[in-house]
Ligand binder design. Structure first.
Ligand code: NDP
Length: 251
């Protein structure tokens, strides 16, 4: 468990970095693959102090298959193998669907859905060749099931990502590779900060979330560490909601 090699896409900040922190504390080696290569390297440098056996930051746009292939090769050159992939990189333009350019719709699908496909397809080939199983975690969203007018592209991408996870789970289980999703609730990151730090929404959290607080990236990190553990060997093809009970509230 402690010596796992873990690739986190979009790992330079936000939920991805919180996930990397939690793996670092378990002594893992981390590859932060992010469209912002400079920030990925800076973030990787901080992980040693938390206990990471090693950490590198690589520039990689997950929607570009050639860049994903190069990232996977570089990760294997540096650490010899990949044990865990966390498909975390994602975007959410948050524009009403009737005003949304088709190009923006396509980009959301390209990054969130195609990106997870490229990473999973290429990393799974390495894991199968290694012959020791593996763990693949997809960071979806409550939007894998429900969405709204300004998140039609996002909901389509996350619903698709859930079925991508389920489909790969059916194919990769025979190799000892599990695929699962984490659906975060409302998590305070740069993607959501401008909304949740306004007085109204901040107050709303207390009423809408039974735990009475907004989530933090490490809430998702701890769940990812569990899904990547030996103890989760027989957990395959599920979505684990980490939302403080948000979706359990029906009124
Ligand atoms: P952030 O925007 O804070 O961080 C996302 C990271 O991914 C950034 O470093 C970003 O780089 C990087 N990134 C963006 N596009 C690409 C790409 N094409 N290739 C590689 N890296 C990329 O987002 P969050 O941490 O909030 O979200 C992380 C994941 O969690 C996403 O998939 C999101 O949909 C999901 N999620 C988030 C929730 C929340 O409340 N925050 C709720 C539910 C799900 P850059 O900053 O340079 O763009």
């Amino acid at each position: 468990m402690g010596n796992q090699v873990v690739v986190v896409t979009g790992g330079a900040r936000g939920i991805g970095y919180g996930i990397a922190e939690c793996f670092a504390e378990k002594g893992a080696s981390l590859v932060l693959a992010d469209v912002n290569g400079e920030r990925a390297q800076e973030s990787a440098e901080r992980l040693g102090a938390l206990g990471a056996a090693g950490a590198i930051g690589l520039e990689c746009d997950v929607s570009n298959r050639a860049q994903v292939a190069a990232m996977v090769e570089e990760a294997c050159r540096e650490f010899g193998r990949i044990d865990v992939l966390v498909n975390n990189a994602g975007i959410c333009p948050f524009v009403d669907v009737m005003d949304l350019d088709p190009e923006v719709f396509a980009k959301t699908i390209d990054v969130n859905l195609m990106g997870a496909y490229h990473c999973t397809h290429l990393v799974a080939q390495k894991m199968i060749a290694q012959g020791e199983g593996g763990r693949i975690v997809f960071i979806t969203s409550l939007a894998e099931n429900v969405t709204g007018p300004a998140q039609v592209d996002y909901g389509a991408s996350k619903g698709g990502m859930r079925m991508l996870m389920v489909g790969f789970a059916t194919r990769l289980g025979r190799h000892g590779i599990t695929c699962n999703a984490i659906a975060p609730g409302m998590i305070l990151t740069d993607m959501t900060r401008s909304h949740w730090e306004q007085p109204g929404p901040a107050e709303e959290i207390k009423h809408r979330v039974p735990m009475g607080r907004i989530g933090v990236p490490r809430d998702i990190g701890h769940a990812a560490v569990f899904l990547a553990s030996n103890e989760a060997e027989y957990v395959n093809g599920i979505t684990l909601r980490v939302d403080g009970g948000h979706q359990a509230v029906c009124a």
